[in-house]
Design a protein. Sequence first.
Length: 224
Amino acid sequence: MVRVFPYDALPDGAFGGNVAGVVLDASGMSSAEMQRIVSELNGRTAGFVVDHQDGPTPAIAMCYFTPRQQIGLCGHVVMATFAGLMEEGRCKFQDESTGVSQQTRARELLLDLWSAEDGGVIVEIQQRLPSIERPSLETNVLRRTLGDLPLDPRLPLEIASTGPRHLVVPYARVDDLSHLSPEYTEVAGISRALRVDTVCAFAVSPETAIHVRFRDFCPRMGAQ
């Protein structure tokens, strides 16, 4: 029997955020078995812990899958996995926080785990500085592909990467994000042409410049 834990990563409350499937003990599984499991999760990306070495800085080896393929890394699944490891007692706090090394198909990641006031876990991923480039893409074409709602004229389209590559698309209003209706076949074609992994639509809340909402479309990776 395989235990698969469903988690809401980055939620405002119950049934919010990004859904992630997590398998905390996948040491004996083949890639084909992992792929079959995630294919049963209704289109959700999942993470599998394939090795766990204890120590002052625990070392975890992970595999990540969409319903279609193995991928190098998925940020919200990283956070869900380590929340699960802490809740199940597989990782423990040394002091106020615990440093963890995670080996992925993409690269090694260093994380810090903090105890939250509500009893949950705060997961901080140490990222490399991002690379930024401007895509050669007609803005109107992209806007129509995602649902023909107004983009934020103050901000450019950019491709940002700290590993995976994301086409970052600024929208004028936060409320518009819930009304996007992407043509996934066309989004996948744009992603292939620009060599990006996802198309990330975002908007900044008018109340504060650090309150950002986003939706990430990933048909090229086999997730929607």
